[in-house]
Design a protein around this ligand. Structure first.
Ligand SMILES: [Zn+2]
Length: 410
């Protein structure tokens, strides 16, 4: 079985490259990043799927007045299984980040170039590699007349690069019946060059803006004012120390194993040296182990802010810019076990479960209780100039996905 699938996939390489070329030719950049969305790319993909596969193809538009079509596209291709009440999902994203400084590219980022086993172009690795692997994995099954034990659903979402508001987040909200309770998800949008890294957890993400308000006066008479900068500095130090002390636990699957609480952005205050600043604004980026509720972190922040208010006579306000509570997919889940089995049998790789500090779409699925793994074999060229996908990785990952789709008990 494995040999037959492998041979078919190896023979399909020219078609995989063709599809990569088609997808690369349609820049799918978010309006926030100066683009007009994923509309054309989604149309091209839907056309290709209808022409070359027997999958049921549906679209789930999400309203967005900023793009020419007035909606952001989300595309679903279904290969029906024996048990139609459950599904194994492979989720990839349609959008890409802008190419950036063009002088750093050796070729046109939106014209695919094949060279020495690599495909160059924006989006070729992030996330078209996973997208094309998943399509050809499912196609390999239909070509062998294999009916998967449960539905195989390939979901191509919009808006992953700038927060998923019009992608997976909207689908979960606007089309909740799309997903079944017993479903599980593979997200091939992260991983490692040797294919061993299986991401099963992410730290919760919290971005907070702090606004310290004091009283602005001439710097020769500081006692008449309230120095917001000084109070702000004290608050930064108390937050950095206080939060790490209050949330000290380590989890070795993460690198670093600790929760992190980092002061980052700082807004300019007064333009001149001889004024006591009346306002001070700074930001914290917090990556917190899933075991600590973010509401608890906010309560700790507030109690430290109240101390500063009392001692300095200032007021401290805070705004939440991002708050994504995370949950982990257990190592003991069938999904993780199956992936490790397939990796061992198909590739001779020992899979290793890890947690990461960033946020992928996995976070939104795990929040809802679905087992989700982020895995692929990638060179990690995402967002860089001269982004490329290694053809061999795309083909090998397709074989792993095809085998996973055949597992009876996901
Ligand atoms: Zn990506």
């Amino acid at each position: 079985m494995q040999e037959t699938l492998k041979n078919w996939l190896n023979g399909a390489v020219p078609h995989m490259v063709e599809l990569q070329k088609l997808l690369t030719a349609h820049p799918a950049i978010a309006p926030e990043s100066g683009g007009s969305g994923e509309g054309r790319k989604a149309d091209a993909l839907v056309g290709w799927l209808r022409a070359h596969t027997p999958f049921i193809v549906e679209t789930f538009p999400v309203k967005d007045e900023r793009v020419p079509e007035g909606v952001r596209p989300n595309v679903l291709a279904t290969l029906p299984g024996k048990d139609r009440s459950r599904a194994f999902w492979v989720l990839t994203h349609l959008d890409v980040v802008p190419p950036g400084d063009l002088s750093q590219w050796n070729t046109d980022p939106f014209a695919l170039l094949e060279k020495e086993g690599r495909l160059y172009g924006r989006g070729t690795e992030d996330n078209q590699q996973g997208m094309v692997s998943s399509i050809f994995a499912a196609l390999a099954l239909t070509e062998q007349n294999l009916i998967p034990p449960m539905d195989v659903k390939l979901l191509f979402v919009a808006d992953e690069e700038v927060g998923s508001t019009y992608g997976i987040k909207a689908l979960l909200k606007e089309y909740p019946n799309l997903f079944g309770r017993a479903d599980s998800f593979l997200v091939p949008d992260g991983g490692s060059p040797d294919g061993s890294i299986i991401e099963i957890a992410e730290k919760s993400l919290l971005w907070v803006k702090f606004i310290v308000e004091g009283k602005q006066v001439h710097a020769s008479l500081p006692h008449l004012g309230k120095n917001a900068f000084l109070a702000g500095c004290d608050l930064v130090l108390r937050l950095a120390k206080g939060l790490s002390t209050r949330y000290p636990e380590k989890d070795p699957i993460f690198d670093p194993p600790l929760s992190t609480f980092s002061p980052t952005k700082k807004e300019a205050n007064v333009p001149n040296v001889n004024t006591i600043p009346g306002i001070d604004i700074f930001y914290f980026d917090c990556r917190v182990l899933p075991r600590y509720p973010l509401d608890d972190v906010l309560i700790t922040m507030d109690s430290l802010a109240r101390e500063i208010e009392k001692e300095y006579g200032v007021t401290v306000k805070r705004e939440i810019l991002q708050k994504n509570e995370s949950a982990a997919t257990p190592s003991s889940s069938t999904l993780v076990k199956n992936l490790k089995t397939v990796l061992r049998e198909v590739r001779g790789i020992e899979g290793k479960e890890v947690g990461i500090g960033g946020n992928t779409v996995g976070v939104f699925l795990r929040q809802k209780g679905w087992d989700t793994v982020v895995w692929s074999t990638i060179e990690e060229r995402a967002h860089m100039p001269n982004e490329y996908c290694v053809i061999d990785n795309m083909v090998k990952d397709a074989l792993v996905m095809a085998q996973l789709m055949l597992f009876t008990d996901l």
